[in-house]
Ligand binder design. Structure first.
Ligand code: SF4
Length: 375
């Protein structure tokens, strides 16, 4: 069985860093960790290739080589995904689609032959079972959340690491918070599931063994999903860095309440964390309430941001414009806040209602109706 995995093109967004990474002689910011993990979930005897369209042109001969094309992406990759699916259809090669884009919007992809939705650790074995019998269904899905302690390490051999600015590692999935615009809770749940520190050290060692000496991104939904376990992991990383005699540096995404725990910040510093992305969203108290960003409320956000700097971590921040309570002063207030806090890279976006989120349901009228109907 020959499987071609395709990661569609990312448009210009904050996270693609398309223009700046050229200065570092890199083609893309991060390789597709999802597909590299899917590859590890497939039988060893399958032949696998991966084309990341952000680093490599997709050729018809690549598609024609395959028995099946696996395609995965995020919502921002929708346009490129549709083009890839059409190309496969024209070349009569069957497609199997999964990942956040298809889990959220699979009804919009009529030309896909089969879907493996939600988390692959559960749904890929279901697909493989039917593949053996030669009876594939159109949709494989499950609400069950897998224990990621059994998730195999991603297949690094599928990529040319030097094309990328960072290498990814995932320690946890899920986030205990419930911000109303965020689809993480929907996709990965509110109870963070974690890998063991030993599992992560093995993944870091594998990255080190392909001669990667750049920085590494913990692509967790929230690196602070489970504080005690995060500290356990950080201690293991400190020990590992000392042992290998090389000091790789780390980036991650973390909620602002991490700044309340100086022991955690000290461990992050010692483990080599130099940059954190924090969802700050807005200096407006009303808007923070509106979107249920509880962890950002009742605190001095500027003091919290400066705490990260005190421990040697640069703060990149996510900001949102367009909450119901925002008025025309919000642009100036956001600008002043970013300047005062010293957020070095600010991602400023318009509020988006992603499918499945509380915000989407509220705007759709469904949640409001059920909430306000008389008993
Ligand atoms: S803290 Fe971040 S990941 Fe968690 S629900 Fe809020 S926006 Fe989503």
């Amino acid at each position: 069985m020959k499987i071609l995995m395709i990661y569609p093109k990312c448009p210009d967004t904050f996270w693609s860093f398309k223009h700046i990474i050229k200065l570092f002689n890199k083609k893309a910011y991060l390789p597709p960790l999802g597909l590299m993990t899917v590859s590890a979930l497939l039988p060893e005897e399958f032949e696998k290739k991966l084309v990341d369209m952000n680093t490599t042109d997709l050729q018809d001969k690549d598609i024609l080589w395959a028995d099946f094309v696996f395609i995965s992406g995020m919502i921002v990759q929708k346009e490129s995904s549709l083009e890839v699916i059409k190309r496969c259809k024209n070349l009569r090669i069957k497609t199997i689609a999964g990942g956040p884009l298809f889990t959220s919007l699979h009804e919009q992809f009529e030309e896909v032959d089969h879907f493996v939705l939600n988390e692959g650790e559960i749904t890929i074995p279901m697909l493989l079972e039917d593949l053996k019998k030669g009876e594939l269904k159109r949709i494989y899905t499950s609400e069950l959340k897998p224990d990621i302690k059994t998730t195999p390490a991603p297949h690094l051999n599928l990529i040319n690491a030097q094309d990328y600015y960072l290498m990814p590692v995932q320690f946890s999935r899920g986030c205990p918070f419930d911000c109303d615009f965020c689809d993480i809770v929907n996709l990965n749940g509110r109870i963070p599931r974690l890998k063991d520190p030993e599992q992560i050290i093995k993944e870091l060692e594998a990255i080190h063994n392909i001669d990667w000496r750049g920085s590494i991104f913990f692509v967790d939904d929230n690196f602070l999903g489970n504080k005690n376990k995060t500290k356990e992991l950080l201690r293991a990383i400190i020990e590992w860095r000392n042992r290998i005699g090389f000091k790789p540096l780390f980036i991650t995404e973390i909620s602002i309440n991490a700044s309340d725990d100086e022991e955690l910040l000290e461990l992050m510093k010692q483990a080599g964390f130099f940059n954190v992305f924090v969802g700050i969203e807005t200096p407006s108290t009303e808007s923070l309430k509106e979107c249920n960003k509880v962890q950002n409320q009742n605190r001095d956000l500027i003091d919290s941001i400066r705490k990260f700097y005190k421990y040697g971590m640069e703060v990149s921040g996510g900001f949102i414009l367009g909450f119901d309570s925002d008025d025309e002063t919000i642009f100036e207030r956001q600008f002043e806040f970013i300047q005062k806090a010293g957020v070095s890279k600010a991602m400023i976006e318009l509020l988006q209602a992603l499918p499945g989120t509380k915000l989407y349901k509220r705007l759709d009228g469904k949640e409001e109706c059920s909430k306000h109907l008389p008993a």
